[in-house]
Design a protein around this ligand. Structure first.
Ligand code: NAD
Length: 474
């Protein structure tokens, strides 16, 4: 079995303690992860601090060149990384609509290259006979990155590339459920970056908690649950850490009576079930006008009938298992609760193969707001479909929960859809699509889905502080 190590100060560091990483497709042990303790964390933060002056003094172009090399080296190790990702996370190598490990890996390369091409140039606020005033952006210092288990490699890249490009150094803690791909990534790139610029410590939430209260970490960028986001915010006050919090979501989609059902069905299906529903901005509640409700339910059910859930290493698998036992139990209990409350299961809803954490693609209608499956984030392959007759009711339903990550409106009347979209309380709103993101468009939540944005120049700014330079001329 391959050994995995921490990355601290440019060195591969083994630990005395380890924990098992479980393949959710068969519950076997994929490998053991090193378990960092507080000394490892302190060493990593000290190394990142020591590396900061030289790294931050490089030009954008010098840092960019190294980040592009990272993309190149991981691209040439793609097969190994994708296999490892499928084994520890569960997603198929290829999967439905090519949204499996290949998609995460391709997105990783695209994001590194696109983000590395960006730059925050100084801005001139004023230049006249009295004064020249410039706005400069400076790196913050050591960034702590804490990531979840749904897109282990891609989300790590979303955190570390903008942080490094803007001149910060990083200590990254991957999820204890899926650390292996990220640890292997660290091993592959360790000789590209100067020692200490990127450090990786794997461990459970207690290491994350120690990061958020660490005096020498200047900012935490966190993607994960709202509950953990709140805990991080509390302990971050110790040194007034800055925060970017990308938290949970329960995105609503509203399908209007004039929607082209044939055209939108594949998009609704793909964006609800992307990564088996384990996607922060997946479509999680589907509100459908009564005039097209039955037609859409039939079309979605027909698509679901063609899907194969199974081991992601098997070629024709569309969807893999849920990533872990806890998530599997959450999905089961939401389904049970919906059933008890009289919901109608159009398909799925029964666990057939329990050799892994397999849950079939499940569509549920005859369900109302207030039912757990509607109100709680399912983070799994089970979609509630709610019929509405009055658009005002649908808008109220979309906005009534504490979450505010994404939302969508589906219609052939773009102007009307835009008016409705503007009333949705969420960080991103899509028209005739959902869950689409790209490296140059800011993405982030409002309300209990967090604050701060990732991607684009606004995403880079999150890793900097402003220094205003006033040159007096009189
Ligand atoms: P989680 O909050 O349980 O864990 C995320 C990370 O936080 C892990 O690395 C974990 O070890 C660490 N952690 C746990 N307790 C901590 C503490 N007290 N202090 C600091 N760190 C701690 O989330 P998860 O179960 O891994 O991920 C699923 C959740 O993430 C879902 O709610 C999903 O919506 C959300 N998510 C959001 C986005 C987004 O961009 N908004 C993206 C992906 C996932």
């Amino acid at each position: 079995m391959k050994q995995f190590n921490l990355l601290i100060n440019g060195n591969s560091i083994s630990t005395t303690e380890h924990f098992d990483i479980i393949n959710p497709a068969n519950k076997s042990v994929v490998a053991q992860s090193p378990k960092a303790n507080i000394e490892h964390l302190n060493d990593a933060v000290a190394a990142a601090n020591a590396a900061f002056p030289k790294w931050s003094a490089l030009t954008y172009q010098q840092r960019r060149d190294l980040l592009i090399k990272i993309a190149d080296i991981i691209e040439s190790n793609g097969d190994e990384l994708m296999q490892l990702l499928t084994k520890e996370q569960g997603k198929p190598l290829k999967g439905f609509a090519n949204l499996g490990s290949g998609f995460e890996f391709g997105g990783t390369l695209a994001w590194i290259r696109a983000t590395a091409s960006m730059e925050l140039a100084p801005e001139v606020i004023q230049d006249n006979e009295t004064a020249r005033i410039e706005l400069h952006r400076k790196p913050l210092g050591v960034i702590g990155s804490i990531t979840p288990w749904n897109y282990p490699l891609l989300i790590s890249i979303w955190h570390i590339i903008p942080a490094l490009l803007t001149g910060n150094t990083v200590v990254l803690k991957p999820s204890e459920m899926t650390p292996l791909t990220v640890l292997r990534f660290g091993e592959l790139i360790k000789d590209i970056l100067p020692a200490g610029v990127l450090n990786i410590v794997s461990g459970d939430g207690s290491i994350g908690a120690s990061m958020s209260s660490h005096q020498d970490i200047q900012k935490i960028v966190f993607t994960g649950s709202t509950a953990t986001g709140k805990a991080i915010m509390k302990s971050a006050s110790v040194n007034l850490k800055r925060l970017t919090l990308e938290l949970g979501g329960n995105d609503a989609a509203i399908v209007l009576e004039d929607a082209d059902i044939k055209a939108i069905t594949p998009k609704i299906f793909a964006t609800a079930f992307i990564n088996n529903g384990q996607t922060c901005a997946a479509l999680k509640r589907l509100y459908v006008h009564e005039s097209v409700h039955d037609e859409l339910c039939t079309a979605l059910t027909s698509m679901a009938g063609n899907m194969k859930t199974g081991n992601g290493l098997v070629e024709d698998t569309d969807f893999g298992p849920l990533q872990n036992k806890k998530q599997f139990e959450i999905v089961n209990s939401l389904a049970e609760d919906a059933r008890k409350n009289g919901a109608n299961f159009l398909c799925g809803g029964e666990v057939i193969d329990d050799s892994g954490y397999f849950y079939p693609i499940t569509l549920v209608n005859n369900i109302k707001d207030g039912t757990r499956l509607v109100d709680e984030e399912q983070f799994g392959p089970i979609l509630p479909i709610i019929k509405f007759s009055n658009i005002e009711d649908a808008i109220n339903s979309a906005n009534r929960l504490s979450f505010g990550l994404g939302g969508s409106v589906w219609s052939t009347d773009i102007e009307k859809a835009q008016q409705i979209a503007s009333r949705l309380e969420c960080g991103t709103v899509w028209i005739n699509n959902h869950a689409m993101i790209q490296p140059d468009a800011p993405f982030g939540g409002v309300k209990a889905s967090g604050f701060g944005v990732e991607f684009g120049l606004d995403g880079l700014k999150e890793f900097t502080s402003i220094q205003t330079v006033q040159i007096s001329k009189s």
